[in-house]
Design a protein around this ligand. Structure first.
Ligand SMILES: Nc1ncnc2c1ncn2[C@@H]1O[C@H](COP(=O)(O)OP(=O)(O)O)[C@@H](O)[C@H]1O
Ligand SMILES: [Mg+2]
Length: 276
């Protein structure tokens, strides 16, 4: 049985189980395929799994629409949609920051989930942080093969895409760390892969999480080949000088704006404020 057939059989088994238990509205990551990632075929077929509710308090979820994170990411989504609608912006977005720990992965995952909510957009989240890949952790998925193996020619993208369990959102994991990410990310294979991902579906958003701009050349290599860069600045983590230096490395890129993360506003620590 192929992986796709297995995924369809699994989805159908899940549906039957859920029909037997009508009271259970939210399924756990295991049921959504977290232990056994559900591949999505590149023809856009998504297995019909029930929507997921993330256990992680830092994730916006499909059901919880009123939290501060949800509200701010909806604003960010609306900015992205306005720009794509009037043709100013293409569909490929890179999320970066000056240094580590500023909330790149947090922002990339939540933006991808918010864009994909209610099945209104097809979204592919790509983990291109080949130093500290964490998207799968935030999305409660087990580590698996991904970008690295695709670039090494060991697997095809469509065989390693995971359906996250939120709308039409797929994840291409990093697939582990490598010694020289710059070499891999600047390779012609990476350019071909990005082009393929970008143009396969005109209306699909591609959100790419990557490493910090100031510390590594990974971002400067990727930034010019995407349509827009979202720069995350976390209060009390990055210094102004670091932000200026990081942004100056991205002069060639289309930096759309800054997401100001973790701001303390009106005495409420942990608030999330975005300027775009
Ligand atoms: N607004 C926020 N409020 C609380 N915790 C946050 C916030 N943004 C990020 N974090 C947490 O800070 C840590 C670093 O965030 P992460 O997204 O992994 O940063 P990066 O990818 O830039 O290294 C993670 O534990 C993350 O969950
Ligand atoms: Mg990260």
């Amino acid at each position: 049985m192929s992986r796709i057939q297995k995924a369809i059989a699994r989805a159908s088994q899940l549906r039957q189980e859920q029909e037997k238990e009508p009271a259970k509205k939210t399924i756990s990551p295991v049921e959504a395929g977290a232990q056994e990632p559900v591949p999505q075929s590149e023809d856009g077929q998504f297995p019909e799994v029930e929507e997921r509710n993330f256990q992680n308090a830092l994730m916006v979820t499909q059901r919880e629409q009123k939290g501060i994170f949800s509200e701010q990411f909806r604003k960010l989504k609306s900015e992205v949609l306005t720009r794509t609608a009037n043709g100013q912006l293409g569909n490929t977005l890179l999320v970066t920051s000056s240094i580590a720990g500023e909330g790149k992965t947090f922002s990339a995952c939540n933006l991808a989930v918010t864009l994909a909510r209610e099945y209104d957009h097809t979204v592919l989240l790509v983990d291109a942080d080949l130093r500290r890949p964490r998207t799968h952790e935030l999305l409660n998925l087990p580590p698996g093969p991904g970008l690295v193996q695709c670039l090494h020619g060991e697997v095809q993208v469509e065989d390693v895409l995971q359906h996250v369990g939120i709308g039409k959102l797929s994840l291409l994991q990093a697939g582990g760390t490598v010694e020289d990410p710059v070499e891999l990310l600047s390779s012609s294979k990476m350019k071909t892969l990005l082009n393929e991902i970008k143009h396969r579906y005109q209306d699909r958003f591609v959100v790419i999480d990557c490493s910090p701009a100031l510390l590594f050349a990974d971002t400067s290599v990727l930034a010019p080949v995407v349509d827009g860069v979202i720069y995350v600045v976390r209060e009390r983590i990055a210094r102004l000088k670091q932000v200026q230096q990081g942004l100056s490395l991205l002069k060639e890129a289309n930096v759309l704006g800054v997401v100001y993360n973790g701001a303390e506003e009106q005495g409420t620590p942990g608030d999330y404020v975005s300027y775009y």
